[in-house]
Ligand binder design. Sequence first.
Ligand SMILES: *[C@@H]1O[C@H](CO)[C@@H](O)[C@H](O)[C@H]1NC(C)=O
Ligand SMILES: *[C@@H]1O[C@H](CO)[C@@H](O)[C@H](O)[C@H]1NC(C)=O
Ligand SMILES: *[C@@H]1O[C@H](CO)[C@@H](O)[C@H](O)[C@H]1NC(C)=O
Length: 473
Amino acid sequence: MANPKGAFFLAQILFILINFYLGNCFSTDPVAQQKLDRVGKLPGQNFNVNFAHYSGYVTVNEDSGRALFYWFFEAAEDPDSKPLVLWLNGGPGCSSIAYGEAEEIGPFHINADGKSLYLNPYSWNQVANILFLDSPVGVGFSYSNTSSDNFNNGDKRTAEDNLQFLLKWFERFPQFRGRDFYIIGESYGGHYVPQLSNTVVKYNQATGKKAINLKGYMVGNALTDDYNDRLGIFQFMWSAGLISDDTYKLLNDLCDNESFIHSSSSCEKMLDVASEELGNIDPYSIYTPSCVANVSQSNWLLKKMRTVGRIGEKYDPCTEAHSVVYFNQPEVQNALHVVPSVAPAKWETCSEVVNTHWRDSPRTVLDIYHELMPSGLRIWIFSGDTDAVIPVTSTRYSIDALKLPTVKPWRAWYEEGQVGGWTQEYAGLTFVSVRGAGHEVPLHQPKLALTLIKSFLSGRSMPTLEQIPLSDS
Ligand SMILES: *[C@@H]1O[C@H](CO)[C@@H](O)[C@H](O)[C@H]1NC(C)=O
Ligand SMILES: *[C@@H]1O[C@H](CO)[C@@H](O)[C@H](O)[C@H]1NC(C)=O
Ligand SMILES: *[C@@H]1O[C@H](CO)[C@@H](O)[C@H](O)[C@H]1NC(C)=O
């Protein structure tokens, strides 16, 4: 080459051009990609926020073309000193952005117009950096270029893909590498959370490095053990006065030893009978009104309920429907870096396809609890006590089956002088119930849920009566 300097210059120009071209949608440099993932002001956001947030895709499998969608919120104050929390909703098939972000613990909640946002005053990003992940593929904005993948999801691949997601996400966000990390989830997340925790612990052991600094996990109204969960559901529905004596007996006869995800037709029929007896209540929150509008609520444990009732004044049972309107707007998707050509054509809170084609689903995850407890992880289980879908009775039977010694006995915990719920501490596990909360605890009792996450992250017992703040005003 006659002029090496010129060639170098040309190569540089070429590099810049290629980078510019790719930069609009994709960058090979993970940290550059972090910058591209930064989200600006969202459509319908007519307020300012003092925290940065990011969203986009992480490829978890190159061969099949599987990519998971995340939305990450830095803590509102001092994110560098706060832990990192991964939040997973269940289903299987439900979006962590639809539930966790938009109606539970995220900062951006959606007004009834489906167009505008409001700031959730009880957002968990007051105490942690929060990462919402739509998993597995086919859920929310997550996708696979191999369409058969959507019909072949199961527990095992979900955990593996989610591990790949975490490893790549930490490359994109190196400032959070080594940060205290917690995995928290709800409902079918009762499977995802311990399974992913186990996968992370195994990965760390195999590599001899603490690539992911997992400190603990927490699950709420969590599917844990099919036998004990079934037992608790039927007992709860009967004792809350929702089903007849005959149905209670038949449910115990026909469904007691049935898998949750793959149950027999005789058990399914009995669940239909129970569902009919329940009437038009919201089984996820039996004492609050149900939504009267058309909601694509995927009732995956009980059959779809007809939704007739009265809208309450404060609690909005239709919040799920607002998110369907909001997240289907092209300008919202554009702001969140969704790629419409690859993402599912219509954004749904829960994917029926993913749910009905679910593959492996072990009947219990209690074995994982036993396996993980010696590793010293902080493990908490909470339960909203007005949920009929995975009620507090189910959770208590499952914990009982672990046969753990009690460290601190059953007692009430308090929030501003009122009982917020009950707690019992076992060797290796803490149980917390949240009084008057349904399946989605932070939706129904946002203030109590914030107290819960504060206690969990600090590793302190739930507040006692004496601990109440002297003055709150
Ligand atoms: C999926 O296919 C599209 C179109 O070919 C491509 O742009 C995208 O990068 C692929 N996604 C993954 C995760 O490989
Ligand atoms: C419960 O189901 C399992 C798995 O199908 C089976 O092996 C077991 O025998 C069943 N137990 C009873 C008491 O029916
Ligand atoms: C509600 O859903 C039903 C069935 O999908 C549909 O026929 C009806 O038009 C919907 N009503 C409204 C008000 O959207």
